[in-house]
Each structure stands twice: as C-alpha cells, then as structure tokens.
Design a binder for this molecule. Structure first.
Ligand code: UDX
Length: 441
C-alpha cells in the first residue's frame, strides 16, 4: 500500500520505517527540515535501539522517503497522523495545535476513499471533530492508537501486543459500510502482524481514544501504587522490592510495572493522566478520575523524598556537597529527558545548593540543553570524582553493573542512593558503602 506518515518524532519515524519494513511504500512528512534531512540520510534524529538499522534496511528497499512538503502525501491510500499532543503550558489539558494543523494541511490532498488513521494520543472527542472536518473530502477517519514504549519502539510497532481500530459506527455501535471498508484497508496495512495472531479490537471512535489513555492511566496507577507502598515500607522498615515480588506472584496482580523508585516520567504517562483528568472535567465526570490526582502526587513526592534522602546521608545539608547523578533520561535505552525524574531530582539538588554532576550514556546533550546550569560528565567514574554521594537515577545496564570497588576509588565518600532499586544492598554494604534506597530498609 502507499502510506503517508505525518509527524516524524518518536512515534512517526519508527512507524514510517516499520511500515516500509512491512512492504509498503512510505512517505514520512515533518515540518522540521533538520529532522527530515537526518531521516533522509538514514540517521535517527533521536536514540532508539534498532531504529538506525531499520532506517538503513527500509531505506535500501527504496520504499521509504521523507519530505517537508505535505503535497507529497497525495496519492497515498492511508495517512497516519503521528504528531505530538504535549501538555498546554500551565494547564492539564492536551495541546491539539499540531493535530489540527496536520489535518488542515492534509485536507486539500485527500482523495475520496483515502483512509486517515489517527495515532496521536488525544482527548476523547477529538476523533469525532476531525471526522466532521473531513466531511466533503470523501476520506474516512479511523482511530488507531499507538502503544509503543520508547526503547522498544521498533519491536512494539512490528509486533504489537494488540491493534485497535476506532471506525465510524451507526447508532447501535455497528461499523457503517464506510467503517467496514476502512477496516479492510487497515487489515491490509497490518497484514503481517495480523497473520501473527495479534489481537484486534474493532470499536467506535470514543472507545478507541479511551483505550490509550485508560491503558496509560492504569500503568501510572500501578507504579504509584507500589510507590505508595514504598512510603509504608519506609515507615515500617519493610522492603518494597520483596513486597512487589510477593504480590506479583499473584497472576491477577503481576510483577511488571511494580518497580518502586523515582517513579514515572517521559513524554506520555505524566501528561496523559493530566490531559485525561482535564477531559473528564469537561465531560462533567471529574470525580471518576480524581484518584489520578493522587497517582500524580504520589509520583511527584518520590522526587522530593529522594532529595531529602540525599540530605539525610549528607548529615543534614547538601549545600556545597558534590553529588553525582547516574542517568538523565526518563528511562534506560532512551535519550528522552521530557519530565525525567532523574533530571528533576538533579536540578532540585543543584537549586538547593549542591554541586551536581550528571552523566548518561545517551541523554547528556538533551539534558544540557534543558538544564545548562548542571555539570555534565561522559562516564559514571568521571561524574563520581570526589563525590560526597552518588545517585543512581536511571537504571541503564552499565549503571546496574557498576563495581562498588571501582567507584570507591574515585569518590570522596562511599554513599550510594539507589533511585531505581536495582542494586544489591548487601554487595554495596560489604564493600563499605552506605546504601540507601526508596522503600528499602
Ligand atoms: C508508555 C507506555 O508504556 C506505552 O504503552 C505508551 O504508548 C507510551 O507511554 P514510555 O513512556 O515509553 O511508554 O515508558 P514506560 O516504559 O511505560 O515507562 C514510563 C515511566 O515509568 C519511566 O519513567 C519508567 O522509569 C517508570 N517506571 C516503569 C517505573 O517507575 N516503574 C515501573 O515498574 C515501570
């Protein structure tokens, strides 16, 4: 099929390259000429494992190209909308500027029968408004939310754990003839994953849009639940990692997403739960999501608690103390620092008078652009030179494997804070370190 992908960020760039990999002819379109230039040259504009190889492979087939000109979308059978929906500054709701601009720019290039597939995470009701704005073009809108995780984006796109299509439906919720035809078109796009028995849910627009925010809210709730338990563990001397293991053996609960620590960040979970609360308010059902406020507060409290813990191990004051922070990205295998707990804690400690040096295998450039007042180092050992305390803030494999003895040689004081509960306390204590973590004795 001929496919256009509008917006080539974390979502769109991976989607475009993956669709070409699945055998389609793909044009990726973005307003950012620098990004398009990099993608054309086969370079990923951000760090994502597997993406450079995928761009190279797909590029070699001649089926993948990039452009800044929306006119190049004409002639495609399916147009995927992959632009960002950030949080409005100073408010909870999502900013739909990029989605609306993409649709307005695409509209003149649509032909009757074209399918427009929305992938961006939007407040429920957006798809209905877009469908209305497409009236008169003969194009049909499908809402096809994306569930990819950064760090696993290529795998999640080529082998998704489910596909969801929100199609036009009649008053009884049954797909209209147009909806049924659009489903067939998307089935052809996703023929390979569907042949691998990927579960498919075909539903109405509202449900499809809600699936995405409901899933992210559930994941955020799970993380904040275990972080709330960490607060109880801190008050009682219990160990949250053992608690998570024990409750996780119950298949109804499951161990995944029960890792207590600095909590969730990134470009999705925090802003998605806030936008969901804002939308619930507009719909007059804010009570239904009032628990998400608590989920958000528990999450933000962990960052404050970590600064307090640093103060505690520094005998009551971090003023003038040298603190090494291992990790700047919001999670490992990403260079994304949007709402990163690691960077947020680093910045708070620096603002409170500490001398903070941050290191990260991939995210230093992005971190430096955001917080130029922090100090940066290339490696963990460089960052930890003369440190009064070392904080592991993002669990990159190389930080999980750091040797207590090697680190001991460069620091001023052997104090380690494990912000992600990934180190073995006994090993560090045996090597003479003061080991502290969130939710562990
Ligand atoms: C998330 C969803 O997982 C994905 O399905 C959706 O499409 C986009 O949002 P992502 O933002 O890439 O993906 O990251 P995710 O792996 O979900 O992690 C989010 C944050 O939660 C990270 O900061 C991570 O460190 C934190 N986290 C995750 C925990 O603190 N504990 C856990 O147990 C799991």
């Amino acid at each position: 099929m001929r496919i256009s992908v509008i917006g080539c960020g974390y979502l769109g760039a991976v989607h475009a390259a993956s669709m070409a990999q699945l055998g389609h002819d793909v044009i990726g379109i973005d307003v950012d000429a620098t990004k398009v230039h990099a993608l054309r040259a086969g370079r990923a504009p951000f760090y994502e494992p597997g993406l450079p190889e995928l761009l190279k492979d797909s590029g070699a087939t001649g089926r993948l190209s990039f452009s800044t000109d929306m006119a190049d979308a004409s002639g495609s059978d399916v147009h995927f909308i992959c632009v960002g929906t950030p949080q409005v500054h100073g408010e909870f709701r999502a900013d739909l500027t990029y989605v609306n601009a993409a649709i307005a720019a695409l509209r003149p290039h649509l032909r009757p029968g074209d399918v427009v597939a929305g992938k961006s995470t939007v407040p429920v009701g957006t798809a209905e408004a877009i469908a209305e704005s497409l009236e008169g073009t003969g194009a049909v809108l499908v809402w096809n939310p994306e569930f990819l995780r950064e760090g696993f984006a290529v795998k999640d796109t080529l082998h998704p754990d489910r596909l969801v299509y929100g199609v036009p439906t009649d008053d009884e919720g049954v797909p209209t003839a147009e909806g049924a035809r659009a489903k067939e078109v998307l089935d052809e796009v996703y023929a390979t994953p569907l042949s691998e028995h990927t579960p498919l849910v075909v539903t109405d627009y509202a449900t499809a849009q809600l699936v995405k925010v409901a899933a992210n809210s559930f994941l955020a709730t799970k993380i904040s639940f275990i972080n709330a338990m960490a607060e109880l563990c801190e008050a009682t001397g219990a160990d949250v990692t053992r608690l998570a293991d024990a409750i996780g053996y119950d298949a109804r609960i499951g161990r995944r997403f029960l890792n207590a620590g600095l909590g969730f960040g990134g470009g999705c979970l925090p802003k998605d739960i806030r936008a969901f609360m804002a939308r619930a308010g507009e719909l007059g059902v804010s009570d239904a999501l009032s628990f998400l406020r608590e989920v958000d507060s528990i999450n933000m409290r962990r960052r404050v608690r970590m600064v307090d813990l640093a103060r505690e191990v520094c005998d009551g004051s971090i003023v003038g103390k040298r603190i090494a922070v291992l990790g700047a990205a919001f999670k490992p295998d990403s260079d994304d620092v949007r709402d990163s707990p690691a960077l947020s804690v680093a910045a708070q400690m620096q603002l409170q008078g500490a001398h903070v040096t941050v290191t990260d295998p991939q995210a230093v450039a992005n971190a430096e652009a955001k917080w130029p007042d922090l100090h940066f180092a290339e490696t963990a050992l460089e960052a930890a030179k003369d440190a009064d305390v070392v904080l592991l803030a993002t669990e990159w494999a190389e930080y999980r494997e750091v040797e207590p003895d090697a680190l001991a040689e460069v620091v001023a004081h052997k104090r380690i804070l494990d912000g992600r509960n990934v180190l073995e306390p006994a090993v560090w204590r045996a090597a003479g370190w003061t080991y502290r973590a969130l939710g562990r004795p």
